[in-house]
Design a protein around this ligand. Structure first.
Ligand code: GDP
Length: 452
């Protein structure tokens, strides 16, 4: 996803600024200009970018910062907070309650992924114990009902629609009534989309909304629509009470910055993102971990949660202690690999780890990546304790590398590759020195303590 490039550009701008001998007004301006350029190129709305720049300048007053202050860290923190602010409208969306009927209406333009997302949303909640149902009130697009029916049948979710009835309001009303009687607790209404915003679409949406009285209206937006995102989202918001946004096709080549703009336009949070065509390619969206990941800081809260979930309790303090010491030995890398191989959907966990995701575990290559990790571990099995516990890169001379290669039955270039990987990870992990270790349930403050 191109958002990753945006994150890369922002991180580079911050890095360049920190490389400057003195962080003065000029260094800060250069950094902010670079970030502005990156955000605009990613289709974030101009006004948002300008406001962000102004806010950062207001917060980071270089004259007031005493010499001892870590300016880079303060600036990075301000950038992190401002990006979070764009994405976080400050109020959560309505969340359906299990066992209590909620009606959720989906709106968006045709092709945005609305119908697919309705089923993903239903499927997600079904897996979590809800009793969802789908109503197809899209009478405009031929084939919409068949598509919904097919998806719903596959996921074993009850559905309602009609081939003959042409009044979407009537269908929506009937469907909602029926599923209320059947005690479904999450009734999802898919409405028509059109190729473009037009009066007829909005009027129909308004009528369906009036008839079904939804508890939540979700605006579905294709991440590739670029600069049009803000206006489109705002137009929908003006006609119906949009309460949440789902951004689709985040797996594609979209620039994705439009998503940030849509939040500002609707003043509603992004609650999920679509990351593929399949039913389970759907992720809960959380602002802080997302921005952390965007800035290459890693999704620490998600990672720590996962650690608490899968690393046995008695091993946790030791592991977290090692993380906070920031001293990354080959033995720690070995233990991390062991943990990671245990952690289930490995790609998902890896993608949360700072420095791991893109290079070591590219999306779609999980199998090869696992094989690579196992290969690395075989080579580490041929190392001595001294080698495993040392963090001195000079220790690994040619004769040691040759011995390891022979022991593992691998060519020496594999050992070199593994050591390169180690160096790269060690560099990332060294930034965790002094990491404040949160207890379970205290995760959200973590990214604030990072000095990545
Ligand atoms: P609607 O007209 O808004 O109801 O859109 P559809 O649900 O029919 O989706 C349009 C196309 O986008 C279909 O080919 C979907 O498979 C595809 N699609 C939907 N969501 C995603 C996503 O998150 N990623 C990708 N790659 N494709 C998606």
């Amino acid at each position: 996803m191109v958002l990753a490039q945006l994150g890369g550009s922002i991180s580079r701008a911050i890095q360049q600024m920190s490389n400057a001998t003195i962080i003065d007004e000029k260094a800060l301006n250069d950094c902010l200009n670079e970030i502005t350029r990156a955000l605009l190129q990613s289709d974030v709305q101009f006004k948002l970018v300008r406001d962000m720049q102004t806010n950062i300048k207001k917060i980071v007053n270089l004259d007031d910062l005493a010499a001892g202050h870590n300016k880079r860290r303060i600036i990075q923190q301000a950038i992190f907070n401002e990006l979070c602010k764009i994405l976080d409208p400050g109020k959560p969306s309505f969340t359906p309650k299990k066992g209590k009927t909620s009606v959720v209406m989906f709106v968006g333009l045709q092709g945005s992924g609305k119908t697919t997302t309705c089923t993903k949303y239903a499927y997600y909640h079904q897996k979590k114990g809800w009793k969802p149902a789908l109503v197809c009130a899209d009478t405009f697009r031929a084939g919409a009902f068949d598509q919904l029916k097919q998806n719903a049948t596959k996921a074993k979710i009850p559905f309602y629609g009609s081939y003959t009835e042409s009044d979407p309001v009537k269908i929506a009303e009937e469907g909602v009534e029926r599923f209320k009687k059947e005690n479904c607790d999450l009734i999802i209404v898919d409405t028509s989309g059109r190729h473009k915003q037009e009066a007829a679409l909005f009027e129909e949406m308004r009528q369906v909304s009036e008839a079904t009285k939804p508890d939540l209206v979700i605006f579905v937006m294709d991440s590739s629509i670029g600069q049009a995102a803000f206006d489109q989202a705002q137009a929908f918001k003006q006609m119906v009470a949009v309460g949440a946004v789902i951004v689709t096709k985040m797996d594609g080549h979209a620039k994705g910055g439009g998503a940030l703009s849509a939040v500002a336009a609707t003043k509603s949070p992004v609650i999920f993102i679509g990351t593929g065509e399949h039913m389970d390619e759907f992720e809960v969206f959380d602002v802080k971990p997302f921005v952390s990941r965007l800035l290459g800081m890693g999704d620490w809260s998600g990672f720590m949660d996962k650690i608490h979930e899968v690393v046995p309790m008695d091993q946790q303090p030791e592991l977290l202690q090692k993380l906070s010491e920031g001293n990354f030995t080959l033995r720690i890398m070995y233990e991390q690999f062991q943990n990671l191989l245990k952690m289930g959907p490995i790609g998902q966990v890896f993608s949360m780890l700072p420095g791991f995701s893109a290079e070591l575990m590219p999306k779609g290559h999980e199998k090869e990546s696992q094989a690579k990790i196992k290969r690395y571990m075989t080579m580490m099995d041929s190392m001595t304790n001294e080698e495993l516990d040392s963090s001195n890169p000079k220790l690994m001379n040619d004769s040691r590398m040759m011995r390891i290669a022979r022991g593992a039955g691998r060519p020496i270039r594999d050992v070199m590759e593994m050591l390169e990987e180690y160096k790269r990870l060690a560099k990332v992990w060294s930034k965790m020195k002094g990491l404040k270790i949160p207890k379970k349930g205290e995760m959200s403050s973590l990214s604030r303590n990072m000095n990545a």
